[in-house]
Write a protein that binds this ligand. Structure first.
Ligand SMILES: *Cc1c(COP(=O)(O)O)cnc(C)c1O
Length: 223
């Protein structure tokens, strides 16, 4: 599938005006497609798989900001720790600890988002409200090489966008609850929600970072 550069320019301009960060989700798409959007000015790209991300990092310009948006296994953090810009899907203390450790080894601070389980489906990863509270209240102070920058969530896969809206509202309310509190290593400024099918709704509900793949790169082949 060719890159939809016209669509990209329209979406990018609209989001820029609204001060919303566009993460172009490039998973399964080749490096040359990424370069096409890069040449149009895009710098934030999202990937789901560690090996694919490290390969693309090697091949592509070094001023790209790479977002890891998939489910990250602790034993793979070390491969992306030297360069990753933002890890979206953090959902356990164990993973936070490993990211902190690898960040320290690389002498840097890694920005993270905590993933909240907002969809009704069982399959989605993420923390519930109580688990979020636990992690924020108890666990963060010891991790000096991470910064928790906010929350990420995925709505249910559904044609009923009003259902997605309810889930986004929930996430925004949680975000607001913690945005004002002062917690060590934790400063909420980023709310990552919205994908190709539901990003407009997500923005209406307060998202300031959207993750858009298929609208820009075309439909993905099955993995
Ligand atoms: C694949 C993916 C996206 C992009 O999905 P599209 O429907 O192609 O826009 C966004 N967020 C996450 C976490 C993803 O895995």
């Amino acid at each position: 599938m060719p890159v939809n550069s016209e669509k990209f320019e329209i979406i990018a301009a609209d989001l820029k005006e609204k001060d919303i960060t566009l993460v172009a989700v490039s998973k399964t798409n080749p490096a040359e497609d990424i370069l096409e959007l890069y040449d149009l000015g895009q710098r934030d790209f999202g990937e789901n798989y560690v090996q694919e991300l490290t390969e693309k990092y090697e091949q592509l310009p070094k001023d790209i900001r790479w977002h890891f948006i998939g489910h990250l296994q602790s034993n793979k953090v070390k491969y992306i720790a030297p360069f990753v810009s933002l890890i979206h899907g953090v959902d356990s203390k164990k993973l936070l600890g490993e990211i902190d450790k690898q960040a320290k080894k690389n002498n840097r601070i890694i920005d993270c988002l905590l993933q909240i389980h907002i969809a009704k489906e069982e399959t989605k990863f993420g923390l519930d409200e109580n688990e979020l509270k636990e992690i924020i209240k108890i666990d963060l102070a010891g991790f000096k090489n991470i910064q928790v920058k906010g929350l990420m969530g995925m709505a249910s896969f559904t044609d009923d966008l009003e259902k997605a809206r309810v889930e986004f509202k929930l996430l925004k309310a949680l975000f607001d609850k913690y945005a004002t509190s002062s917690i060590t290593n934790c400063h909420f400024t980023i709310l990552s929600m919205g994908m190709s099918a539901d990003y407009k709704i997500a923005i209406e509900e307060g998202s300031n970072m959207v993750r858009i793949g298929s609208l820009l790169f075309g439909k993905r082949k099955a993995p």
